[in-house]
Design a protein around this ligand. Structure first.
Ligand code: GTQ
Length: 346
């Protein structure tokens, strides 16, 4: 009876304070401060063979120029309508057909490209073009002019990873068009890799930018590195052989908001259960296998893309030698003192 009385009184109180834009913490606290991460982000896999026809159909419906960027967004099934693959990150598949250009613009969102199909199309950043091959990891730093073009004779498709939701959350989006299809080319192709990607740095280079000055990490090199390292036969129980892409100037992640990784799992290798707070987008580059995420199992092959939500236990198993590329918001977690991982069944 006392409770009933209290509740009526409380409800009346809530209604009285509502017009003043006030609300009681004790009604919402358990949903705000959860004992562990609770996300609407769901584990999901996009099979490239199933998505590709839709992308090619989009290629018939709109030009890259008209669309500005001809992209199909990979929307997390738990976050539909929000243009998110995880709570903080965006993913899309971009198609540039032969002869097309995606006009120059810049924005405060940072972008990564991971090339899935095609050869020799280019993106230009800071006056330099890079010609892209499958497996290349390419960076567009925040506020850098960038345009894409395809002078090859085949369509090029890459995965776009951007920090759009994070920038949106912070209300920090700025964007501009250059008013021209392409920015002027002022440096030879390969200049950034020569200057910054050889274990050398220009002697007076200042480290002001949080983004790596290397803007194409070619797959050929990453793959060769993994192949050399595997000979030592030292495998991490949770990751196989996993490397992170690095900004050679600072030793930090290549981009301030997104961490990128490449890992090799040898044929037959099964990882131990692992979880971490950074929801992760994974792309199979080579080989095939399966991943158990929570109580769901997804099988994957080349170019398939899947997402591991925050704090969901994951176990990978490689049916053949497999290479996975991945990206997450781990740098943000780490800088804010929020990153956690648990190995094994902890
Ligand atoms: O290529 O600049 O998928 O600005 C979304 C926004 C790609 C790009 C996307 C973009 C781009």
């Amino acid at each position: 009876m006392a409770d009933q009385h209290d509740n009526t009184e409380r409800e009346a109180f809530y209604e009285r304070i509502d017009p003043h834009n006030l609300t009681p913490l004790w009604s919402v606290m358990s949903g705000l401060i959860t004992p562990e991460p609770k996300s609407r982000c769901e584990a999901h896999l996009w099979r490239y063979d199933e998505v590709r026809p839709a992308l090619m159909e989009a290629g018939e419906l709109i030009t890259a120029k008209e669309a500005e960027r001809r992209v199909l967004i990979l929307e997390n099934p738990g976050l539909r309508g929000q243009s998110k693959i995880t709570t903080s990150l965006y993913a899309g598949l971009q198609l540039v057909k032969p002869g097309e250009v995606a006009p120059a613009h810049r924005h405060t969102q940072t972008a990564l490209r991971f090339v899935l199909e095609g050869s020799g199309a280019h993106t230009a950043v800071n006056g330099e073009r890079t010609y892209m091959e499958p497996g290349d990891f390419v960076i567009t730093p925040n506020w850098a002019w960038h345009d894409h073009g395809n002078d090859s004779d085949a369509p090029m498709v890459w995965l776009d990873g951007l920090d759009i939701p994070l920038v949106q959350f912070l209300d920090a989006s700025f964007a501009q068009g250059l008013g021209a299809d392409e920015q002027p080319v002022t440096r030879p192709a390969g200049d950034a890799l020569a200057r910054f990607g050889q274990g050398l740095l220009p002697v007076d280079h200042d480290a002001a930018s949080p983004t790596s000055p290397i803007f194409n990490y070619p797959y050929e090199r990453s793959r060769a590195a993994l192949e050399t390292m595997r000979q030592r036969d030292e495998w991490d129980a949770c990751h196989g052989l996993k490397m992170r892409y690095v900004n050679p100037v600072t030793g930090d992640y290549a981009m301030p908001t997104m961490g990128t990784f490449v890992q090799l799992l040898p044929k037959g290798f099964a990882t131990q259960s692992y979880r971490s707070t950074d929801a992760t987008v994974m792309v199979c580059v080579e080989g095939n296998g399966s991943s158990q995420i929570g109580d769901e199992t997804f099988t994957w092959g080349p170019r398939d893309i899947f997402v591991v939500p925050s704090w969901h236990p994951v176990r990978h198993e490689a049916a053949g030698d497999a290479v996975l590329f991945s990206y997450s918001d781990r740098p943000v977690h780490e800088k804010l003192g929020l990153w956690r991982e648990a190995r094994g069944n902890a």
